[in-house]
Design a protein around this ligand. Sequence first.
Ligand SMILES: [Zn+2]
Length: 317
Amino acid sequence: MEPGKIVASVPGSGVFDTADDNVLPVVSNVPPVFELNPLTPAINIVAPPSRAEQVMNALLKSHPKRIKDIANTDGDWAVELNGKWFFYAEGKILPQNLLPQAGSFNPQPFYNYPKEMPAWKRPDKQEAERLSRLTILRRGGGGQARSQFFYDELWGIHNRADAWEQVKTIRFLDKSILVHHAVLEELALIELQIKREARTNKLVRQWLDGIGSISAWNWRNIADTQSTSNHAYGIAVDIQPKNIRGLETYWLWTSQKREDWWNVPYSARYQPPVAVIKIFESYGFIWGGKWAFYDTMHFEYRPEILALNNIEMTGKY
Ligand SMILES: [Zn+2]
């Protein structure tokens, strides 16, 4: 790059998408937008990576056994998986032959995920209106389906029969569950760490003793939508307590009782101990309780989301 040449500081480039319905109203992870002081000569200002580049790098880093390469071709970023190239296409991650039909799909949510839960704050009027609009959209079938070609290929599951070949039954926290074979090691280590933690952490001990049921693989879409749930890939786990003590767990169930489901403070939502959430995250699982559309019993294997938000996976193998 020529010294003194400003390559780009496009407002919004490199800033997290806001269209994703799971985005929490948190801005702490947003990289700073360049502010140029007109009095200082700008020297070697490097453009922040585009969202496409950030996502592709996160995928490459998070799935090293499956993803071998990424490249910038024809002005878009692409990722190679099983010898096929998938283009970012504004978050739709599409194979080349489907690029002309990109308009028929919704993007995959590559969202803002906070390392720590922010303090509870009642959504302001604008945020409440946004959530209300999205609720109506979800209830109406969620619009068109998310583009799932990339994730189908990543997990090797295109239909129910494929899924049966990829999932295995394991014992996890003393329950039998069906999960994708690719996350067996992570779940075994998560269990080991949780049980270790429970020896000295009373909250974790009580949480373990209070587990009612655990479910994982299930051939289904996300409730009320046409999009594949990560339960269908066997990479999501729901841990339900025996006694919910009147707490809320899932926005959709809460919304059947009260329209403003988003106004339920964190203290009135069920949540596993922070130590448990951290152990899951340290092995690449995100917790659904950090979503704006909360699902507090849900964990899913999305190491790319953690990588994208600069959260280190510190779990030891
Ligand atoms: Zn779930």
